[in-house]
Design a protein around this ligand. Structure first.
Ligand code: SF4
Length: 357
């Protein structure tokens, strides 16, 4: 387990972000928020994938009004994404939102900021300040010339100071940039100064492939340094993919306790089975498991068992058959055609035993 940087714990619905808690996985709906059926359906898919907190756009009154019904039908805290319009923030709060993403410096007159802050205080709702390299305040662009990590941190401190002046401290901060080194530098600098939890993100990261690589590079560097209390992988793809990538990234650093891991061999000339499709099928099967087991899928019986020693259960291909292994020891042979089904049955047995303990 990598050490986590200590931050102020901030409650969001039934979750606590920061403090000594696990890194929380977020995603964002792609639906029109006012379309309750579509939004709830997407959130339920995200929940099943392991999403713990979900954000929706609140860009009009219909979207704000839909929050009440959406909240009744989902099981994870809901975040309203609001730009500028304090009335929409107030409506979202009134309708039961669990967290508001709004930059207080963009709301306008002080009484409008106070209205939002007071409503949040009254209901115990935190505010996420979302600094984005692409939309820094003009005075910072004038000062620095172009977006820099320093300008991003200064922007965050500016918005934080507005909330702190109103004695509001349930704050989460993000400093997103599409440029990975800039995001790493901004978050690293912020982590040394800001006591509030940081929400990690590489914005406009790209498609499933490029976005995954960029996000893993940026957030991986930060997570390895103990930075980050919550995260969203931003992809131009089904948001379920964002959650899958986030879970995989957290697994890499031992920062998630409720996820199964696949170990699959890189393949070589000794390969005796169609390992690519088998590994994909097993990966899909274990993706939704909420237990920390390791499953291995290996191409041959020569090196497979040794390579799978750390796995709870695994299969190695042999000519015309599969060898089932547990902790590196063979437990039985199965016909090749049945090997994936047999592996799934063994996985189910281990999961059941784990859940019963
Ligand atoms: Fe090659 Fe077998 Fe190792 Fe896979 S397990 S990489 S097939 S030696």
């Amino acid at each position: 387990m990598f050490l986590r940087q200590d931050t102020r714990p901030v409650k969001v619905g039934n979750l606590t972000i920061g403090g000594s808690n696990e890194v929380i996985i977020q995603s964002m709906c792609t639906t029109k928020t006012a379309d309750v059926e579509a939004t709830v359906a997407e959130i339920l898919r995200l929940e099943e994938a392991g999403c713990q907190l979900v954000r929706v756009t609140v860009n009009n009154e219909e979207a704000a009004a839909a929050i009440k019904e959406i909240k009744k039908r989902i099981h994870i805290p809901l975040v309203a994404d609001i730009h500028f319009n304090y009335k929409l923030a107030l409506l979202a709060i009134e309708n039961g939102i669990d967290k508001v993403r709004i930059n207080p410096g963009n709301i306008g007159r002080r009484e409008k900021v106070e209205a939002v802050v007071n409503a949040c205080k009254e209901k115990g709702i935190p505010i996420r300040i979302g600094v984005n390299a692409g939309s820094l305040e003009q005075h910072l662009l004038d000062k620095y010339g172009y977006p820099t990590p320093e300008a991003m941190v200064e922007s965050a401190l500016y918005h934080i100071s507005i909330l702190e002046e109103l004695d509001f401290h349930d704050i989460i901060v993000s400093l997103k940039a599409s440029d990975v080194p800039m995001a790493i530098a901004a978050y690293t600098k912020a982590a040394g100064i800001i006591k509030y939890p940081l929400h990690l993100g590489i914005t406009e990261a790209g498609t499933l492939f490029t976005g995954t690589v960029k996000s893993a590079a940026g957030m991986g560097a930060l997570l390895a340094s103990g930075i980050g209390s919550t995260m969203r992988i931003s992809l131009s793809a089904d948001p379920v993919e964002e959650v899958k990538v986030a879970r995989e990234l957290l697994k890499t650093f031992g920062l998630i306790t409720n996820a199964a891991t696949l170990i699959s061999c890189p393949t070589c000339g000794r390969l005796d089975i169609d390992l690519f499709s088998i590994a994909n099928e097993v990966e899909d099967y274990i993706a939704k498991l909420k237990v920390p087991i390791k499953v291995s899928v290996l191409g041959c019986a020569v090196n497979g068992p040794g390579e799978a020693k750390e796995a709870d259960i695994g299969i190695a291909g042999a000519r015309g058959e599969g060898l089932l292994f547990r902790y590196g020891k063979m437990i039985r042979k199965v016909p090749e055609a049945d090997m994936v089904d047999e592996l799934k049955k063994e996985i189910d047995v281990i999961v059941k035993a784990y859940e019963e303990t």
